[in-house]
Design a protein around this ligand. Structure first.
Ligand code: SAM
Ligand code: SF4
Ligand code: SF4
Length: 386
């Protein structure tokens, strides 16, 4: 069976212009979807470009010199992003995460942070604004981001071993520079710093305990290390179930060296399960996107670099909010009220739960699933950053 591949570039453009209801109640701050899930978290991709070619995310053979990244004019401007974010906040969003691609590659991204930091929830509270970065430019940018109002930051770091790290980012980038970025983030007061490690069995699973040890000994409790199960992010990363190391195995490995006890989740819809070191040495988290579904609490929406709204990481169709912002639909540009009404309608109809439907099967039949991943994919997906 040959691999059935839909290139990411095609998926990127799969979006329809949202319907604008003729009448709609104004945003009340509590918008729930068909499964009763509120809208709380907006992930905003500010660029589709990246200076890394992590093999599990933007493999070189797809994202090569011929790959067509978005032209500047199709990116949402900072004003457009802020306008959309404000409407999402009116609907109840209180957490914004900037991501990409590599968000620190977007020129003057700190100006966007400043604009978003001025937004307030319905109760007048500031938003929880964070950013996920590969850390390569963090040492240079941390102070400007903090000054602009960024509260905290998540840094992706898959290995402490320089050779493994360079192999995984596939552009020969040294791990020392990312560690310097983390230190700078801590020094300027971005807190807590979270570190995300994507665990790939056979590639970096031997780095779990060394990374946990390093974080405890060098950074202390102000840094939270989170282990992410390697996911299938579309047609390009050659995902195989047998390369997923279930979070339960990660926890066993850490617990053998540094005993753990479970912690209560911080907030509804949090993706990570939290564990504390029994000796008070800080906490770790696991994000079990493959083996343990968390769709029933999923309160996240995603805004792509070109202004498409996706309701699930695995959705293969978006809703073209840029068409409403820029007036490329009949009748010209929309007012705030109209765009808010369109967002309300889209979220109310949401029923996505891809992981939940797939997880029991993935956990129970790894061999069958691996065969499936290597052959025809059942579901194609659109990936716009974590
Ligand atoms: N470039 C930034 C970075 O690497 O942090 C932000 C974008 S990146 C797509 C966001 C997060 O998704 C990172 O923590 C990355 O490790 C994670 N990620 C990417 N591909 C993944 C995969 N196949 N499985 C699990 N996590 C993945
Ligand atoms: Fe770039 Fe982040 Fe993807 Fe790695 S995970 S290729 S750093 S966007
Ligand atoms: Fe949310 Fe979709 Fe992930 Fe489920 S699969 S947790 S609905 S993003």
């Amino acid at each position: 069976m040959g691999e059935h591949v839909i290139p990411l570039a095609d998926l990127r453009y799969a979006a329809s212009v949202p319907q604008v209801p003729a009448t709609a109640p104004p945003p009340s701050g509590l918008l729930v979807d068909r499964l009763g899930r509120p809208l709380r978290d907006l992930r905003i991709s500010v660029t589709d470009r990246c200076n890394f070619r992590c093999t599990y995310c933007m493999p070189k053979d797809v994202f090569d010199a011929r790959y067509q990244f978005l032209p500047h004019g199709s990116l949402l401007s900072f004003e457009e992003i802020t306008r959309v974010a404000r409407l999402f906040v009116a609907h109840g969003v209180h957490k914004l995460r900037l991501t990409g691609g590599e968000p620190l590659l977007r020129k003057h991204v700190e100006d966007l942070v400043r604009m978003l930091a001025a937004l307030r929830t319905g109760d007048g509270a500031p938003l929880d604004i964070t950013l996920t970065t590969n850390g390569s430019l963090l040492a240079r940018k941390a102070q400007a981001l903090k000054d602009a109002g960024l509260r905290r930051v998540t840094v992706s770091l898959d290995s402490l071993d320089d050779a493994v790290f360079r192999r995984m980012n596939d552009v020969d980038f040294p791990v020392a520079e990312v560690l310097r970025g983390i230190e700078t983030a801590l020094a300027v007061g971005l807190a807590p710093v979270k570190i995300n490690m994507v665990v790939k069995r056979g590639t970096n699973d031997h780095e779990i305990v060394p990374l946990a040890r390093h974080v405890r000994e060098h950074f202390g409790p102000g840094v939270v290390l989170r282990f992410i199960e390697y996911m299938d992010v579309g047609a390009s990363n050659g995902w195989r179930m047998d390369e997923v190391l279930p979070s339960a195995r990660v926890l066993e490995a850490v617990d053998r060296v540094f005993p753990l006890r479970p912690l209560q989740p911080n907030a509804d819809g949090e993706t990570a399960e939290r564990w504390a070191y029994a000796d008070g040495g800080g906490e770790i988290g696991v994000i079990s996107s493959v083996t343990r579904a968390f769709c029933r609490d999923c309160n996240r929406a995603r805004l792509s670099t070109e202004g498409k709204l996706f309701l699930c990481l695995f959705a293969n169709r978006g809703h073209d909010l840029r068409a409403l912002l820029r007036g490329s639909r009949d009748g010209g540009a929309c007012s705030d009220e109209e765009i808010a009404a369109a967002i309300g309608l889209i979220w109310r109809e949401r029923d996505d739960r891809y992981s939940e439907l797939r997880a029991p099967q993935a956990a129970a039949e790894p061999a069958a699933d691996a065969a499936d991943a290597a052959g025809t994919r059942r579901v194609e997906m659109h990936y716009i950053g974590g």
